[in-house]
Ligand binder design. Structure first.
Ligand SMILES: [Zn+2]
Ligand SMILES: [Zn+2]
Length: 527
């Protein structure tokens, strides 16, 4: 190597890289340590459809530092292979942009087969850039044997894990209120939601519900006026103190603790417990959606508090978890005048995205004497971590992994993990486990690992033991050309129920892409 009087680090680095390549230093090091005590290293896979950025360079530098140290210390780093995360919304959104489309309807019209082909093509758009960057910063890893999450061997490994989970009764479908991105048309998991909180301004309005047999109103605050046409109940707390007050010639019920903040100094006529309000009927606030069952009364909700609002909560069961459970308890069905793109399907605001309908609804309330006051609130609200659309809370059929049932095991295992930095163990990660939620696993999308659950009309369930087993159960002439474990191919198979022989249908979902990368510890080797 040439020694110069002025330092030219980039040149020196390139020179060293050249020597490494030429003399196959990385390969020799691996050969030398083969069979020695193993240091297990899992490369968490990046998505290669975006350019690497400085954050990637940093984490790669840290990984490399530890691996080199361990290798010099005589360990066999295992398996020391790269990996590529290939599925999911990041890829789909990239292709949507390229095609100039922006909705699921347009994808369906374009054709799922061709759409997914473009996704596959787009995945490795920047793979060469990634490899170049990694090598340039001196990151040693085996790129030629990288695992690839979109290949059939990987997908069937993920399926194997899901089957094991199903057999333990921990993979199940539930109709629940979930955070939902109306642009992507799919629910998100709690860890995805946690990534997308932003400080944002929303309307904060007070509306008044007229009681039926009394000359008084229930005063209610909401930041989602668009849910008001779907209101079915009002909730109070049995043991909370409420006040009947007089304000500008009218009478209002409101939690005693909230009077001052909401109304200022007013005359209190009487106070009473929430349970004395339970059962009272009120006049419907916004009349447009048809209701042919008993509703519009006051009931108890144990989630009601007096920390904000008025201590009286408006209940729209399709759009809130508490609301949903409360109406289930009361035997009240859902009212959901909103489609999967987040647009009204009835009411005068039909066709409008719900958040865009807010000002119109506020105007309507005002004109009809139902608005008490309106303002704005700045609060943390979740947005889609991929496309930036505000999330809505929606009642949907979703498949879950019963993480909460495994909480104790998870906590126990966490105790055995040697965390660096240590504070994460009982800090961020430990807290996450303490409060672990069931994992909303299914996604209503196109490019990803299909949920491997087939169900027949009799309710029998079939989960294949991999690709070969799936094809064995399929009618031979239903197997499409160039078959692969993706949509739409898997849904073209005609599967006969192994129990009753009737034709089965696949649950039409994909799984959360984070389950793909989470499967890497075993799926990188095939299962
Ligand atoms: Zn989205
Ligand atoms: Zn069957």
């Amino acid at each position: 190597m040439e020694i110069r009087s002025t330092a030219d680090f980039p040149r020196a680095e390139e020179e060293i890289m050249r020597i490494w390549e030429e003399k196959k230093i990385f390969e020799k090091l691996r050969e030398k340590n083969k069979g020695k005590k193993r240091f297990i290293f899992l490369e968490g896979p990046p998505t290669a459809n975006g350019m690497p950025h400085i954050g990637h360079a940093l984490t790669r530098a840290v990984k490399d530092l530890i691996l080199r140290y361990k290798a010099m210390d005589g360990y066999e780093i295992y398996p020391w292979i790269a990996g590529w995360d290939c599925h999911g919304l990041p890829v789909e959104i990239e292709v949507e942009k390229k095609l100039g489309i922006n909705s699921k309807k347009e994808i369906e019209k374009f054709g799922v087969k061709e759409f997914n082909r473009l996704c596959r093509e787009s995945v490795f758009k920047y793979r060469d850039e990634w490899i170049k960057m990694s090598k340039r910063i001196g990151f040693w890893i085996d790129f030629s044997n990288a695992y690839v999450t979109m290949e059939d061997y990987y997908i069937e490994s993920v399926w194997w894990a899901l089957k094991k989970i199903y057999e333990q009764g921990l993979l199940f479908k539930d109709y629940k209120v979930v955070p939902y991105c109306p642009r992507c048309g799919t629910p998100l998991s709690s860890h995805e939601v946690a990534q997308g909180y932003k400080l944002t301004k929303d309307p904060s309005i007070y509306v008044r519900f007229k009681l039926k047999d009394e000359d008084a109103y229930m005063l209610v605050c909401t930041t989602t006026p668009w849910t008001l046409p779907s209101n079915l109940l009002l909730a109070v707390g049995n043991e909370i103190d409420y006040a009947l007050v007089e304000y500008e010639g009218e009478r209002y019920y409101i939690a005693k603790d909230r009077v001052k903040e909401v109304l200022g100094e007013v005359k209190v006529i009487k106070t009473l417990k929430g349970k004395e309000l339970v059962g009272k009927k009120y006049e419907r606030l916004i009349p447009f959606v048809k209701v042919n069952f008993d509703a519009f009364y006051i009931t108890h909700g144990d989630f009601v508090s007096t920390e904000e609002g008025t201590g009286i909560v408006h209940i729209a069961p399709a759009f809130g978890e508490d609301d949903f459970l409360l109406c289930k308890r009361e035997g009240i069905p859902l009212l959901k005048p909103v489609d999967e793109e987040g647009k009204f399907t009835e009411t005068p605001w039909k066709g409008l995205f719900v958040k865009e309908a807010d000002p119109h609804i506020i105007q309507w309330l005002k004109e009809n004497g139902k608005l008490f006051k309106s303002g704005e609130v700045e609060h943390n609200y979740p947005f889609c971590w991929r496309c930036g659309t505000p999330l809505l809370y929606y009642a949907l059929d979703t498949w879950y992994i019963g993480m909460s049932k495994k909480r104790d095991d998870l906590l126990k295992n966490n105790e055995e993990v040697n965390w660096k930095p240590e504070h994460l163990k009982h800090g961020r990660f430990g807290n996450f486990l303490e409060d672990v939620k069931d994992w909303a696993l299914s996604r209503n999308r196109y490019w990803g690992t299909p949920l491997p659950i087939w169900i027949c009309p009799e309710g029998h369930v079939y989960i294949p033991d991999g690709k070969e087993d799936l094809l064995k159960h399929a009618k031979p002439d239903s197997v499409p050309e160039h078959f692969e474990l993706h949509r739409p191919y898997v849904d073209e198979l005609q599967i006969k129920c192994p129990v009753c022989g009737k034709e089965m249908k696949r649950e039409p979902y994909l799984i959360d892409v984070w389950f793909d990368s989470g499967s890497a510890p075993f799926a990188q080797f095939h299962y």
